[in-house]
Design a protein around this ligand. Structure first.
Ligand code: CU
Length: 127
């Protein structure tokens, strides 16, 4: 194994360990963990070491929403957000910057989003 490969493995392992540690110590999340999308369809989602706030967004089936992700600090593993059911769409979330992702609420069920390693989880739930 080359040293750069070994470095990558160490970095990945460290990140994964941080994710798992956060998941294990996660207290009940502060504030509302679920919201109903407002009339204008813009939903602010804070990303911090407790995951996504809100983590559940309810909205009418088929409508368009704009999720506005804002990562609070670099001390969390939310540097990427992924949407597995949207062709694995992936966006970088630089600290403090608003990153908009346009989504369509599914006809039924939910549209999931996760951090890069799938530890933080959120969803848009059709209602
Ligand atoms: Cu993660």
């Amino acid at each position: 194994m080359s040293s750069s490969h070994r470095l990558a493995v160490v970095a990945l392992t460290t990140l994964l360990a941080a994710c798992q540690r956060e998941a294990a110590h996660r207290p009940p999340s502060p504030g509302p963990s679920a919201v109903t999308a407002p009339a204008d369809g813009r939903v602010e989602v804070r990303v911090d070491d407790q995951g996504y706030h809100p983590a559940t967004i309810r909205a009418a089936a088929g409508r368009s929403l704009t999720l506005v992700f804002r990562r609070a600090d670099a001390l969390n593993c939310g540097e990427k957000v992924k949407f597995p059911s949207m062709g694995n769409l992936e966006r970088d979330l630089p600290v403090g910057q608003a990153v908009e992702v346009a989504v369509i609420v599914p006809a039924s069920g939910e549209l999931a989003f996760t951090c890069g390693m799938g530890m933080y989880r959120g969803s848009v739930v059709a209602q």
